[in-house]
Design a protein around this ligand. Sequence first.
Ligand SMILES: Cc1cc2nc3c(=O)[nH]c(=O)nc-3n(C[C@H](O)[C@H](O)[C@H](O)COP(=O)(O)OP(=O)(O)OC[C@H]3O[C@@H](n4cnc5c(N)ncnc54)[C@H](O)[C@@H]3O)c2cc1C
Length: 454
Amino acid sequence: MRTQPAARPSAGRRVWRNWAGTATATPARWSRPRREAEISAAVKEAAAAGLTVRALGSGHSFTAAAATSGVALDLSSWTGITAADTASGLVTARSGTTLRALNAELGGLGLAMANLGDIDVQTLAGALSTGTHGTGARLGGLATQVEALELVLADGSVVTCSASSRPELFAAARVGLGALGVISAVTLRCVPSFTLLADERPMPVDEVLERFDELAAANDHFEFYWFPYGRQALVKRNNRLTGHDAELGTAVPPALPAWRRFWEFEVMENAGFGTLCRLGRARPRLIPALNRFSSAALSTRTYTDTSHRVFVTPRRVRFAESEYAVPRESLGQVVTELRRAVPRLHDPVMFPVEVRVAAADDIWLSTGYGRESAYVAIHQYTGLPYQEYFDRFESIVAEVAGRPHWGKLHSLDSGRLRSLYPRFDEFRRVRAEVDPEGRFGNAYLTRVLGPHDL
Ligand SMILES: Cc1cc2nc3c(=O)[nH]c(=O)nc-3n(C[C@H](O)[C@H](O)[C@H](O)COP(=O)(O)OP(=O)(O)OC[C@H]3O[C@@H](n4cnc5c(N)ncnc54)[C@H](O)[C@@H]3O)c2cc1C
């Protein structure tokens, strides 16, 4: 797998860098709009100057999806909920709102997102644009929770799209890679606030694979991860508490006390794991043993909490990541081959592999388009070599028509992606209609969508 070469920063100009350090860029201009009219004006001014435009999220994509040598639109001052109907759950938020701020505001309204990924620092539009997802066999990615989008197009006009108004633009723009325009507002269908019962416990990887369908079907949110040299997985089952469960009262475990959250999430999973990673980076030959040690230390934890406090955990140890969606029924093959491949790699792997599930959806460039998916995510600690590992992983998932997460490292180009997405050419047609000059283009889009002209 060849990754996007990081642009060489030009002297004296402000540099954009992503969280993982896998992409940098030097925009010609920065713009920080505070009103929708300022987003339109920035797009028009870019056109007048012959520059391209990219909206920035929180920089949490591992790919250079947001990188630009043109105008970088920083939407961090374009935040907050602008309308909410608590009866229907329809909530409209400005696109630069982080998921963390959104979760807090929704909580105040007695509402929540039905499903979330692992972290909450992404912006709403940034998370949607690359197809960010959580886990749950009956649930799709975040974009499936969108009811309508407002976009600033290449000519500076503002349009709204939904299932009933400009449905093709809506099918394309919910996972739009920033290629169709600047999303200015998102209307989400939220659900009443809910509590999750979290159950995390070790289980042999072989048993998880044998019981995979049963575990995915029996739990609202099921996932597992394992350290590649270990035999134990950590199985996470998060289930919604119903009124009936609440009546059981004492049978339901309480929320983790603040000291235990701090100890387990901050000290053990971040500071402690970070120390092991630094040790592994300094002495790579120790990595398989450290990995087995981490695997043996997996322990049971059950608690209840507000949904987003269960879905989201802090991630302070930096890493590189690749993730592919594979047809659910191919998961066993992929995991088995990956377990065989890792011990043969030249450079050992320090980080666990994570497996999640999602329902099929109808969003053109969603990794879940038209098929039930299992997501397999591989990681390597920052500063350790990952190319051979990620290449090997790509060759394994290629056999089962794996689709890469748009925000995570992969080497596929438009030729291969066209064969993986039945609506790929329709996406390109809609793009050509709304952005005929490629105002929102960048090098990543040229690779994954192909040249702009049809
Ligand atoms: C530690 C970590 C944990 C993660 N966990 C998960 C996970 O659990 N599940 C998952 O699926 N992914 C996960 N990711 C990936 C992450 O969710 C995506 O890469 C997401 O796109 C990052 O959002 P962002 O706000 O940082 O956007 P950026 O990475 O800054 O941008 C992403 C894309 O969105 C575009 N964009 C941003 N704003 C707009 C806008 N207003 N209009 C149009 N386009 C726009 C950008 O131009 C770019 O193309 C994780 C990443 C990290 C680093």
